[in-house]
Design a protein. Structure first.
Length: 368
């Protein structure tokens, strides 16, 4: 088929060769996008080619993660795959139709839920399912899958899941706002759009800043009463933050720094955490002291780890490398930003409180 080529993968369950159809550059042209980024195209529909499936055993996953399967995950999937083989696994041709896309994506979603995989990937698959139903004007099923996408995206945001670099925290926040609006929950849509708009510029991409502002403005104009609720909420949050900080003897300028650097929504979310901190610790959180120190220490060094955070720093090639929020201690020598408890044999370069990945944490920058 013109515009399509195949890539050979190996099924991690049955070890069969799996030939996955992929689109060539120029196979389609995007004519327009819906507010939730659904593409309307001329040419081959790219949504039809999301996901891969083994025709021998029925194992299915997104192509980028197809060969990534642990032995524990295989055990979880075996009962389902046994049933699929008894019922007969459907083959998918190189030229996919709407029904093929629905079959593959629903298989991926079902297996991802059984595997308890990353919530962002579950949300992404659910959103693509919703788009398939939108294209055939099945509004009822579209709404069902938009709701599933929303719930998994919320889990991804709350758990600080690893996100595609093209999306990031701001992009996910924007999608959550848009999905709330599509599901008729305009109050939460406004609050999430506001959350993205208020993010510091170094934490969001221009595209999602613009889209969030447009969505926020559109909701304000269409739903005045809901906007008044959102204004009342903003006032309430600001008052709560102000009371907490004033009780610690902290100046309004520090509160303004906190809201500017963290965002109003996040400031409201961490009020309880701030109550347990000293005045000096709160001032450090508000000023992003941890980040300024990290920039100073990491300047010119190779940076490894958290992709979103790494993009905010100036990476170089100097050794030792700087590891950002690693799950386990790296081999020495190295420098580490971590919220893990201290252990012996490590030199502390800085320690204090900071707002990272949606939470106030006790942070350490140390040598290993």
């Amino acid at each position: 088929m013109e515009g399509v080529y195949t890539k050979k993968l190996t099924c991690p369950v049955c070890k069969s060769e799996v030939y996955v159809a992929r689109l060539k550059h120029g196979a389609y042209t995007v004519i327009s996008r819906d507010s939730d980024l659904h593409p309307w195209v001329n040419g081959i529909n790219p949504i039809y080619y999301v996901g891969a499936i083994c025709e021998n055993c029925g194992y299915a996953a997104l192509e980028s993660h197809f060969e990534e399967l642990s032995s524990e995950e295989i055990k979880k999937l075996l009962p389902l795959l046994a049933k699929k083989r008894l019922a007969g696994v459907k083959g998918v041709m190189e030229e996919r139709m709407w029904e093929d896309a629905l079959y593959v994506l629903s298989s991926v979603f079902e297996q991802y839920e059984i595997r308890n995989t990353d919530p962002y990937n579950l949300g992404y698959v659910a959103q693509n399912m919703a788009w398939l139903y939108r294209e055939v004007k099945d509004e009822e099923n579209e709404q069902v899958w938009l709701e599933k996408a929303l719930q998994y995206y919320l889990k991804a945001y709350e758990s600080s899941a690893q996100l595609p670099s093209t999306l990031g925290e701001a992009g996910l926040g924007y999608l959550i706002a848009d999905l709330y609006a599509r599901l008729g929950n305009y109050r939460d849509a406004l609050q999430w759009a506001s959350r993205v708009v208020q993010m510091p510029k170094n934490r969001k991409k221009v595209l999602f800043d613009q889209l969030s502002r447009e969505l926020w403005q559109d909701l304000r104009e269409k739903y005045k009463s809901t906007f008044q609720e959102e204004k009342n909420w903003r006032t309430t949050v600001r008052t709560d933050v102000q009371k907490t900080l004033q009780g610690k003897g902290i100046l309004t300028t520090t509160m303004d720094s906190l809201i500017r650097n963290v965002g109003l929504w996040a400031s409201g979310e961490i009020v309880q955490d701030l109550q347990d901190l000293t005045k000096e610790d709160i001032e450090a959180v508000a000023s992003f002291e941890w980040f300024n120190k990290l920039m100073e220490i990491s300047s010119g060094h190779k940076i490894i780890g958290d992709i979103g955070l790494a993009k905010l720093l100036s990476s170089g090639q100097e050794e030792p490398a700087v590891y950002l929020m690693p799950e386990r201690w790296p081999e020495p020598p190295g420098m580490v930003l971590t919220d893990q408890p201290l252990s012996s044999g490590k030199k502390i370069l800085w320690q204090g409180y900071g707002f990272v990945k949606g939470k106030v944490r006790k942070l350490f920058i140390m040598e290993v």
